[in-house]
Design a protein around this ligand. Structure first.
Ligand code: DON
Length: 566
């Protein structure tokens, strides 16, 4: 008997997320990395990775698979996967066409600059994070429809089939998800007095089935009628009802008027690599390019991986880049973001003309002086297909389970993305980020993001597809992962697993993953004048790499993330 149990346990762990033929339920042990010949998906949840793979197997391309993954994540990763939020897609087709799709949430028409301030002009901070007033107008469904309309190959309805099945039949949750649901139970009950699928009398445990019949019905409507099934009719009515019930201002007109927008990606070279990344309203692309360019003259590769010297260099660059972010970045449709000036090599080098020996205090750093303004809980997934198309998507409802407001008649959580605006100049948001005019609230405006879905190209084809959740740490996470794989020559698995650190100018602190760095390195950073704080996991990188042996799908070992490929 013992032997049989052990055999079962071994098969369970070795086979990873495999379908059990009889029940069609996936065993929930994510495969963390895999080398494949044709294509695959790396994302926050193994069921969603399998959903994307099933679409590739059915002849879909990487965009089709991305759409299927997005909808499946909305079911199996309720913490950050969503239809009640928004995000960005960066893609590169096999023939070299690049595109960036902005499906970021927008401020409702009734939003106003001071909507989170009290009579004394102080920020009432929970207002932008909890309840109906925290939500922007969701963009995810419009984004998926726009991506599919331009690049999809399989019929739209087919892409939602795996998500509908997962919502309808349910799936066994992981220990991690059970922990999250237990942790947020009181919040869920506070904002949702009626029954919701995420609250039950007993504590959630690993292996419990999570069924979401209301969401299944909404997804079925979207499958049958397309994006309008979300933005008009009963689902739109349900969203407005839930948002208004909890103090919000979103209207059916806000929803009917939502549009995803195609943008020109930020592209540029770093050594032999071409970086294709997200423009505003994300700060991610501009910040990533600034970081790569600012550290390069100091040759981080000669300093040694995870050395105090390399961390010092990168942290110094990060302070300067986040200072620029706070001043200049916002929705370029509303504010003249000086994109070209911020990406100008001479300007970037002028921000750190010499590497300081000691930590530069944040107070003595400010945003750069530009010649003149030109006018002008999140989840990331990466997908590639056998034709050579690559897609990077980061999508979010901001905090874990967004505003905690559940649209009871349609089965999903609403985002709390409004907190990404600057509620008041200089007052930090939940990620400690500050902003000014560029990111002030205005009706219809998109709030500034740090999401950095990125494709790295080499020798005329995609070489790395990368991105991460993590709020303000997204940019530095993507930056480090790219440096790990390029100048530090780490293998794909090491590049993703390596301990990470982060500086965002204010607070004037280097945050490092606890236990990931040698004590001498920490001492040496302190001796240079850096304030150090150790913390839990930073980011969740779900990436894909082209290697000599094939396509390497890598999911972040830190969480539930998984890969699936063929
Ligand atoms: O768009 C942004 O930058 C944030 N709303 C992302 C939030 C996030 O990554 C939370 N996840 N851990």
């Amino acid at each position: 008997m013992k032997a049989i149990i052990w055999l079962f346990v071994c098969v369970f762990f070795v086979t990873g997320c495999r379908r059990e033929a009889a029940t069609k339920i996936y065993v929930h042990v994510p495969v963390k990395s895999l080398t494949v010949a044709h294509g695959g998906v790396s994302c926050a949840n193994p069921y969603a990775a399998e959903a994307g793979l099933s679409v590739l197997e059915a002849g879909g391309n990487a965009v089709d698979a991305a759409v299927a993954t997005q909808f499946a994540l909305a079911v199996t990763f309720p913490l950050g996967g969503n239809i009640g939020g928004g995000g960005f897609m960066v893609l590169r087709t096999a023939d070299g066409e690049v595109a960036a799709l902005d499906f970021r949430e927008t401020a409702p028409a009734a939003a106003s600059r001071d909507m989170y301030l009290d009579a004394q002009g102080q920020v009432i901070d929970s207002l932008s994070r909890f309840g109906g007033l925290a939500s922007g107008v969701p963009g995810s469904v419009a984004g998926m429809a726009a991506a599919h309309a331009r690049y999809g190959r399989l019929p739209w309805a087919k892409l939602l089939t795996p998500a509908i099945k997962l919502a309808e039949e349910g799936f066994p949750i992981s220990a991690w998800e059970a922990g999250r649901l237990n942790k947020y139970k009181a919040d869920f009950q506070k904002f949702n007095p009626g029954p919701i699928p995420f609250v039950k009398a007993a504590r959630w445990r690993a292996g419990d089935t999570l069924r979401q019949r209301g969401l299944a019905q909404t997804l079925r409507r979207i499958a049958e009628m397309g994006r309008d099934a979300f933005y008009k009719g009963p689902v739109a009515t349900a969203i407005v009802k839930a948002v208004k019930r909890t103090g919000g201002i979103m209207t059916e007109e806000d929803l009917a008027g939502y549009e995803a927008k195609w943008r020109t990606p930020i592209t540029g070279y770093y050594r032999d690599y071409r970086i294709i990344t997200m423009p505003p309203p994300s700060s991610g692309g501009i910040a990533l390019m600034q970081l790569l360019e600012m550290v390069e003259p100091y040759r981080p590769d000669t300093m040694g991986f995870h050395s105090a010297a390399a961390i010092h260099l990168m942290a110094e660059a990060e302070k300067r880049v986040y200072a620029d972010r706070s001043e200049y970045l916002g929705d370029a449709d509303f504010y003249p973001v000086p994109v070209a000036a911020l990406l100008d090599s001479a300007y970037i080098h002028s921000r750190m003309p010499a590497l300081p020996e000691r930590a530069t205090p944040a107070d003595s750093i400010g945003p750069g002086h530009l010649p003149r303004h030109e006018s002008e809980q999140t989840t990331h997934y990466s997908v590639v297909d056998s034709a050579g198309n690559a897609v990077a998507v980061t999508t979010t409802i901001n905090s874990a389970y967004g505003s905690k407001v559940f649209v009871e008649d349609a089965g999903f959580f609403m985002n709390n993305e409004m907190d990404d605006f600057s509620a008041k100049p200089g007052v930090p948001n939940q990620f400690g980020l500050i902003g000014k005019e560029a990111n002030a609230i205005a009706p219809g405006k998109r709030m500034l993001s740090s999401m950095t879905p990125t494709i790295v190209e080499r020798d005329g084809q995609w070489w790395m597809v990368v991105g991460s959740p993590g709020g303000s740490t997204i940019i530095t996470t993507v930056f480090q992962t790219i440096l790990n794989a390029t100048v530090f020559h780490k293998s794909p698995d090491e590049a993703v697993a390596a301990a990470r650190f982060h500086h965002q100018w204010r607070p004037d602190t280097i945050f490092l993953e606890k236990g990931g760095f040698a004590p001498e390195v920490l001492d040496s950073l302190r001796a240079r004048g850096h304030h150090i704080v150790e913390r839990g996991g930073i980011g969740a990188v779900d990436a894909i790499f082209r290697t000599d042996r094939g396509i390497r799908l890598v999911a972040d070992p830190r969480w539930d993330d998984g890969v699936a490929g063929q």
